[in-house]
Design a protein around this ligand. Structure first.
Ligand code: 5GP
Ligand code: ZN
Length: 115
């Protein structure tokens, strides 16, 4: 498993920076976004350092599948009952700020900070 010592999400995986974790398994970590856009806003990340969605290929299909497949259970467990939104920002034009692959999963009653 690769890690980048300068990557903020690798440091969360390593326990060097605190996060409000909601799920952890051998491959994935899920925690609350520090600046939520919606009443419920979590980030699903692979523990392995993958810089962005642009670095993903066929070999990552099971991992990406697991990230998407986990979202409904996360939202149910967090009390989201009326739908949710999944977003992956990729690269400069995609608005990616943290360069460790992550999927935003957001839910809860509107209005949201970023609709
Ligand atoms: P991006 O724009 O890269 O898709 O989203 C990065 C997200 O990571 C932002 O929503 C931001 O609030 C969140 N974030 C950045 N640093 C931290 C941190 O140290 N802890 C947590 N929990 N979230 C962070
Ligand atoms: Zn990383």
């Amino acid at each position: 498993m690769s890690a980048d010592p300068h990557c903020i999400f690798c440091r969360i995986v390593a326990g060097q920076i605190p996060a409000k974790k909601v799920h952890e398994d051998d491959e994935l970590l899920v925690f609350h976004d520090i600046h939520p856009w919606a009443p419920v806003h979590v980030l699903v990340i692979p523990k392995d350092h993958i810089a962005s969605h642009a670095d993903v290929g066929d070999a990552h299909a099971p991992l990406l599948g697991r990230m998407l497949a986990l979202a409904p259970k996360l939202m149910r467990d967090l009390g989201v009952t009326n739908g949710f939104r999944t977003v992956i920002n990729t690269g400069p034009d995609g608005g990616q700020e943290v360069h460790h692959l992550h999927m935003h999963v957001m839910g809860g009653p509107r209005p949201w900070v970023k609709g």
